[in-house]
Design a protein. Structure first.
Length: 180
């Protein structure tokens, strides 16, 4: 999403035209930049904190040449996300829907009796049984990648089955005997 798309989304959500949305978005950004450049901290609860960070002078290396380089001290902006923002990003749309939805009423039994909430002393297995068998966790979407840098792998041996990889070698044509 770029700035124009943000302006359109804000205007649509606020129920106004794009010109008004643009003025509001620009005003928010301008105030944040003014306050942070003046050394103030701007905190938007649930969203995050904007502040200024002082980086001291240091020596670094040029990655292309490896030559040492002196880096001057600098004042840089910093943003740290708030808990609500992190939770929503981690949970995706499901977390956003849960926050917007009102709390569900406690389930009622067939005879009209309301079920009591689980006590802290109640075992976890009993709590899971109350939730029902239909509630399952979503599978993780990330996949761990393991890089094996052991000597056996570098030398052509497979880490899975322990067998050495076959390397084709010349039958003496490329060999030079010592002393000749």
């Amino acid at each position: 999403m770029n700035r124009s798309e943000l302006v359109r989304a804000v205007a649509e959500r606020a129920g106004s035209d794009e010109a008004v949305g643009r003025r509001h978005v620009d005003a928010v950004f301008e105030v944040v930049m003014e306050r942070v450049s003046a050394g103030e901290r701007v905190t938007v609860t649930g969203f995050g904190t904007f502040d200024r960070l002082s980086r001291p002078a240091r020596s670094a290396r040029n990655p292309r040449t490896g030559a040492p380089v002196e880096v001057a001290a600098a004042e840089v902006p910093r943003f740290r996300s708030g808990q609500t923002f992190r939770t929503r990003v981690a949970g995706g749309a499901a977390a956003a829907d849960e926050e917007r939805a009102p709390a569900a009423a406690p389930p009622e039994a067939a005879d009209g009796v309301v079920a009591e909430p689980a006590s802290p002393e109640e075992p976890k297995a009993a709590k899971k049984a109350k939730k029902g068998a239909g509630a399952k966790k979503a599978p993780k979407k990330t996949k761990a990648i393991r890089l094996d840098t052991s000597a056996s792998v570098r030398n052509g041996k497979s880490a899975k089955n322990g067998k050495a990889g076959k390397k084709k070698q010349a039958k003496g044509k490329g060999r030079v005997k010592a002393g000749k």
